[in-house]
Ligand binder design. Structure first.
Ligand code: NAD
Ligand code: DAU
Length: 378
């Protein structure tokens, strides 16, 4: 398969920046083209360490801009697309669903159509091509808390088969019916359907993966973990939605990037793979771990900031529990999470505390202006 010229959309965001870094460093013979609009969530500071690499190019563009994407595909002879660009925050989608429909649905459709027209015009057509769409477990809706009696999260990362034997079978699998609840997950579900339709209708070689909650460096501080780390540091209230009992399945972002690399190269066309950490936590438990870790690393007494926990009105339509069954990916391609959660959260908290400039740059409001000026006229 000729995979030498790859567009990665959303590469200036959280997960995208880890995927770009992995591909640029691991495949010097590839050309990696990061296409990102640089919304509030896109930050080129996430990619400082790779921006000078000869196999890397950044293009500031909106995925909804069909003409630009189509021209770029022609110019770069693009053979693969790894599509991560999206509006990704559930709370924003509740306030502004239109933006989510525009980027996540129309943007994905625009990319698909550009790829279709360009690839179908090539003599070899779809041979050696791949359109890989990154999606979320939220499209499946919400699970109930149906763990066997006496067994409750947190569950730490462990071999998936053991996890399932111990904790029952109520997980999202690849065939779970779509049942999205938020405007964000509805828009992602719609984009997943378009991607599969392009395979079924035109024969485009597509792959879709649905992943659980990621955590790690470079996540925009509107999401639970970086927001809370920053608030604890500055001794600001920690807004816990509802009772804090919702469960999420957390995966270290570099493990997601490793899975994306593996699936892009070895996954079967038209298949779906679920990616998850086998690592379920109630929000309130994870928040306590984060507080203890930040306190310890800042030389405070462990737990002294517990009083920052502030229960607030629940998120509208708040999904109770997400939990991914990624045994298919494990069985077919041999992937499993590499990090124990305890290790991953320690690394993550340490990174945010040691990179306060990155955080201050974003939270000060200066950064949007900085990048606006930097790319004026491009
Ligand atoms: P993010 O919000 O951190 O980054 C999104 C990136 O997309 C930003 O760089 C932004 O500038 C860019 N972007 C947004 N609209 C664009 C447009 N119209 N044109 C071009 N670029 C645009 O998101 P993330 O958390 O890194 O998520 C990346 C992808 O992974 C998303 O598709 C998301 O649905 C999916 N996902 C995320 C998680 C998670 O836990 N964060 C889990 C599973 C799946
Ligand atoms: O499951 C995958 C999804 O994970 C991705 O598709 C999304 O892009 C990503 O944002 C994430 O969605 P969540 O809504 O689960 O993540 P968030 O960090 O916003 O919230 C995690 C949990 O913490 C959720 O139950 C809501 C709760 N929460 C969140 C925030 C920001 C709070 O209690 N307080 C908060 O301030």
């Amino acid at each position: 398969m000729d995979m030498k010229s790859i567009i990665i959309t959303g590469g200036a965001g959280f997960i995208g920046s880890h995927v770009v870094r992995l591909f640029v460093n691991k495949y010097p013979e590839y050309r990696i083209i990061n296409v990102d609009k640089l919304t509030y969530a896109g930050n080129l500071a996430n990619l400082k360490d790779v921006e000078e690499k000869p196999n890397y190019r950044f293009v500031k563009a909106d995925i909804c801009d069909f003409d630009t994407i189509y021209a770029l595909m022609q110019e770069e002879h693009v053979t693969g697309i790894i599509h991560l660009a999206a509006e990704s925050h559930v709370d924003r989608s509740i306030k502004d669903p239109f933006t989510f429909a525009r980027t996540n649905v129309m943007g994905t459709l625009s990319l698909l159509q550009a790829a279709k027209l360009y690839w179908e015009a090539q003599p070899e057509k779809y041979e050696g091509k791949r359109f890989y769409h990154i999606s979320t477990d939220e499209v499946y809706g919400a699970l109930e808390m149906t763990h066997p009696e006496g067994i409750e999260p947190p569950f730490s990362t462990q071999a998936s088969s053991e996890h399932h034997e111990a904790y029952g079978e109520d997980f999202f699998v690849e065939t779970t019916k779509y049942n999205p609840h938020s405007p964000y997950s509805a828009s992602k579900a719609s984009s997943d359907h378009f991607v599969r339709a392009f395979h079924d209708t035109y024969g485009m070689p597509t792959i879709v993966t649905n992943c659980s909650n990621n955590y790690g460096p470079y996540q925009f501080p509107e999401k639970l973990i970086p927001l809370f780390i920053n608030n604890i540091r500055h001794r600001k209230p920690l807004p816990v939605y509802g009772k804090g009992e919702n469960v999420r399945d957390w995966l270290y972002v570099e493990d997601h990037a490793r899975a994306i690399d593996l699936i892009f190269h070895q996954g079967t066309v038209a298949e779906t793979y679920n990616i998850g950490g086998f690592n379920e936590w109630k929000n309130i438990d994870i928040i306590r771990v984060v507080i203890n870790t930040v306190d310890r690393l800042l030389g405070r007494e462990e737990g002294e900031d517990m009083n920052l926990i502030t229960y607030v009105t629940d998120r509208a339509g708040h999904d109770m529990r997400y939990a991914i069954d990624s045994r298919k990916l494990q069985a077919e391609l041999g992937w499993e999470p590499s990090l124990q959660f305890e290790e991953g959260i320690e690394k993550t908290v340490r990174w945010y505390l040691e990179n306060q400039d990155w955080m201050d740059n974003i939270t000060s409001g200066e950064y949007e202006k900085y990048y606006e000026d930097m790319y004026k006229g491009r």
